[in-house]
Structures are given as structure tokens and as C-alpha cells.
Design a protein around this ligand. Structure first.
Ligand code: AHR
Length: 311
């Protein structure tokens, strides 16, 4: 057992006997939709009865769903937490009921003994890969950047901002001139980009950093409607690697993306099955890969390959 870990009582259960609750944030992005699809597929493949609850972007709905899973006596809970704070009480309740909780794709600001493991990418690293890409791309030339942040208070919005800022710090040619949340949605990405273009002037914006691809895709539309060429007049780097950003890259309308796998459930269910079978405790963090794609890649082929995967 990991020091300080909760004392779950392992039980002998085959996957086919397992009932697992999944509290999903909602469907704000193509990436999120793919994660939902993959999680359902992974559960079905293993004969797991997955109880799915869509929180419509609200933490209070997630807390209600977790309480309902506890009342139903599920074997485990998967939680993709919309924001980082405010989880201690309900996670304590799950711990008291001896139900292991696995975090998917986002982290929480709560004591580590309140959850079994977190399956996430290195969110700070993703931001720094985006920042380093821009450092290399601009090669010392002055570049004013606008930033579309993810959902306020969510760990990817906090960490992707931090990583990007760390990577560009010390490069005086690079400055973030506007930064605002677009809530990880395509529609808000467009609206906020329109306001950036108005406030700063399209000719004064050299690059857009968006915390996810969906906001970048919305922003691309706004840039086109303003009579500018996305990818050329304004360079675009974002995160997720959803099919539509690869299509935009194939058309020269976006420049780089960092891949986040939607398959968080595979490693999460592996860990839960092992634990529930014989008590094997996973590491506190199961890290997924972050791969950079640029215009050097065959983006049309990647688009074709990904578009049928549930995005
Ligand atoms: O937590 C992962 C982020 O949440 C994805 O990058 C974004 O698209 C999603 O909504």
C-alpha cells in the first residue's frame, strides 16, 4: 500500500460483476465526447456495468451523482472533475463507504488519500510544449499573443496557462496581450476571439494559444470572418489533437496541436480491476502521453484516421 493511501477492502470480483459509476463533466468539446465514447466502449468490452452521469458542466451535479453512486453501492467511481476545488467532503463520503475513486483527465486540490489514482496527462508540460513551439517558431521575432483559457478553476486551465508562461518567460519578443476564458467550447472560442480582434486589432495579433482545439476551431472562424488568414496572419497552437484541428492544419489554417488521448478509461479500469481482484494498488498518478503535431505531419491522414473514433 502507498503511504497515506486509503484502506480499501479488496474483494474478489470478476470484471463482469463490476458496477462502476462515471461522473462526466458534460460535452463541452469534441475531445470530451470522445472520452465518453471510449469509456463506454472500454466498460462494455470488459463486461462492466457502467452507470453514466452527465453533469452538464456543473460541479453540484457531479457531487449529486457521486452521492447517488455511493447510495447504490457501486464498486468504484470514475470522476472527471470540472473544477479543481470543493471535492473534499464528497470524496470523504466515498472513502468512508470504501469505494475507490479514480480521477480522469483532470486533477483536484484535495488530500491524496481521498482518491486511489489519477489518470491524466502532464497538464503543465502540455502548456510548456505549446509555449516552446512558439518560441522556436518565432525565433526571436516580436509576437503578441492572445490566449483562450479553458474553464475557470479547472486544472487544465490553470496548468496549461502556467506551463505556457514558463516556456515563454525570458523571451522578451513574446507577450500575452489578452487572456480570457472560452470555457473549452467552440462557440465561446469564437465569441472571445471576436472580442480580442476588436480590442487589439487583427494586425496586432501574431499568435493564438488556445487551451483546447475546439476553442481554436471557433477562433479560426472568427479570424476568417475578420478577413484574416488563420495559420498565416495569426499562428495557432492548441491542445487535444481532435480531427477538426488536423483538418484545419491540413488546410494551413492552424499550426500545431498537442495530443491528449481520450482513452483515460483503459488505464483507469486496468488499475481498478487489478485492485478489486487482489488489492494491487496503482501509483498515485498514471500519466498519459503528450505528443506534438505540426505542419510537418500528414494532417489529412491523421484527420481521416481519427474522425471515426467518436470525436
Ligand atoms: O481535461 C481535458 C480538457 O477538457 C480537454 O483538453 C478539453 O477539450 C476538455 O474539455
Amino acid at each position: 500500500l502507498i503511504a497515506g493511501a486509503m484502506s480499501f477492502v479488496p474483494m474478489t470480483a470478476m470484471a463482469a460483476d463490476l458496477t462502476i459509476g462515471f461522473s462526466q463533466i458534460g460535452s463541452e468539446s469534441g475531445w470530451r465526447a470522445a472520452e465518453t465514447t471510449v469509456t463506454k466502449q472500454e466498460a462494455e468490452k470488459r463486461g462492466i456495468d457502467l452507470k453514466f452521469a452527465d453533469a452538464q458542466q456543473k460541479q453540484e451535479n457531479q457531487i449529486k451523482a457521486i452521492r447517488s453512486f455511493i447510495a447504490q453501492g457501486v464498486d468504484a467511481i470514475l470522476l472527471a472533475p470540472v473544477v479543481a476545488t470543493g471535492w473534499d467532503e464528497v470524496l470523504e463520503e466515498a472513502k468512508d463507504a470504501e469505494i475507490p475513486v479514480v480521477l480522469l483527465d483532470r486533477t483536484v486540490d484535495a488530500p491524496e488519500d481521498l482518491y486511489m489514482t489519477a489518470v491524466t496527462s502532464d497538464l503543465v508540460h502540455e502548456g510548456s510544449v505549446a509555449g516552446q513551439w512558439l518560441v522556436d517558431e518565432t525565433a526571436g521575432e516580436k509576437c503578441d499573443i492572445v490566449e483562450l483559457q479553458g474553464t475557470t478553476g479547472s486544472s487544465p486551465a490553470i496548468d496549461r496557462k502556467k506551463g505556457f508562461e514558463q516556456a515563454i518567460s525570458g523571451h522578451d519578443n513574446l507577450n500575452i496581450v489578452r487572456s480570457q476564458t472560452g470555457d473549452f467550447t467552440r462557440s465561446q472560442g469564437k465569441v472571445v476571439m471576436e472580442s480580442f480582434l476588436k480590442a487589439v486589432g487583427g494586425a496586432n495579433i501574431c499568435a493564438l494559444y488556445a487551451h483546447n482545439d475546439d476553442m481554436a476551431v471557433g477562433a479560426i472562424q472568427a479570424i476568417k470572418e475578420a478577413g484574416l488568414k488563420p495559420g498565416e496572419d495569426i499562428k495557432i497552437v492548441s491542445i487535444d489533437s481532435v480531427p477538426d484541428i488536423h483538418l484545419a492544419m491540413a488546410n494551413g489554417e492552424a499550426n500545431a496541436t498537442i495530443e491528449l488521448t481520450p482513452n483515460m478509461a483503459g488505464p483507469a479500469l486496468d488499475a481498478l480491476e487489478a485492485y478489486l481482484a487482489d488489492g494491487t494498488m496503482p501509483p498515485k498518478w498514471i500519466q498519459t502521453e503528450s505528443k506534438l503535431y505540426t505542419l510537418k505531419d500528414d494532417n489529412m491522414a491523421i484527420y481521416e484516421m481519427k474522425k471515426d473514433l467518436g470525436y
